[in-house]
Design a protein around this ligand. Sequence first.
Ligand SMILES: [Zn+2]
Length: 143
Amino acid sequence: MIYLLCGILSGSVLGAICIPLFRKEETLESAIIEETEWDLLQRKKEVILGNIQDLDFEYKCGKLSQEDYQKIRGEMGAEAAVIFQDIENLESTADLDALLRREISARKSKPKTAGRTSQCSACGVANPATNKFCAECGAKLKH
Ligand SMILES: [Zn+2]
């Protein structure tokens, strides 16, 4: 029973802390195509957050003395702070530009006319907007 309670407690507390972080990550992640230093930092962040989660859980379940908990928690907190700072630095400097450039080039590589069609006025068949003549009947397409 006490374990269940601990699980619910640490789960909900960490969930509240982590959900905004994960949300931010998702939006930024969609902009990433290549492996970057930023990815590496994100992974480090996940690891350290996971470690803190485990530590909090063990402490709440009484497996750690308060002294040990505070000591380890302090070290992990300092480590996490460094990673957060690194991520912030990356996002506020050139690397964000790099992310944006990748996002833009990914958009450019998609055909602009994708999904657009011109309907043939003679036979009614939908042709790709890039076609000058109907693929079905050969009539000239109006754009
Ligand atoms: Zn046609």
